[in-house]
Design a protein around this ligand. Structure first.
Ligand code: UDP
Ligand code: MG
Length: 162
């Protein structure tokens, strides 16, 4: 029972993942969602929105001293972004693994950026880099009532418990 409870708690881990305007314009929304879905992660929130530049600056506030900050925020706010929350055991770290290295030239084949992007300024997708940023980014992009709690029928096959 204790082990089952530990598993159940781990399965509640959440991360924020966003398809940036380049990914949306290139028609990669379904492809990207499909990769996360087939892995066994669970989609618990999703919306399409054009963030303001101020909002983009909030999202990327950690990078405000970097030379590319202005262009990055300009770009994120230039068109539709598909904002999502994904849930599952290890989803923060493994989500980053599925996404690949920041620079697509260094991303392994098989990763989203490795397979679908070429340059760092147009790397099509964002994923939270740790538990704290995941929490902050989910709170920035979503209201609590926009997150949907549900049990997926597949969980017992993905996790082997419950
Ligand atoms: N970026 C850029 N030039 C750089 C480094 C980063 O344009 O030299 C952009 C890129 O789109 C990246 C985003 O800034 O995804 C955020 O940078 P971070 O280091 O947080 O990379 P990520 O977490 O997205 O892999
Ligand atoms: Mg980052």
């Amino acid at each position: 029972v204790q082990e089952q409870e530990a598993h159940a708690a781990a399965q509640n881990e959440r991360t924020f993942i966003a398809i940036k305007p380049d990914g949306v314009q290139r028609g990669l929304v379904a492809e990207i969602i499909s990769r996360l879905e087939r892995k066994g992660f669970k989609l618990v929130a999703i919306k399409i929105t054009v963030p303001s530049k101020e909002f983009a600056q909030k999202h990327y506030h950690d990078l405000k001293d970097r030379p590319f900050f202005n262009g990055l925020c300009q770009f994120l706010s230039s068109g539709p972004v598909v904002a999502m929350v994904w849930e599952g055991e290890g989803v923060i770290k493994y989500g980053r693994k599925l996404i690949g290295a920041t620079n697509p030239q260094a991303s392994e084949p098989g990763t989203i950026r490795g397979d679908l992007a070429v340059v760092v300024g147009r790397n099509i997708i964002h994923g939270s880099d740790g538990p704290e940023t995941a929490k902050d980014e989910i709170n920035l992009w979503f209201k609590p009532q926009e997150l949907v709690n549900y049990k997926s029928n597949e969980e017992k096959w993905i996790y082997g418990v419950n």
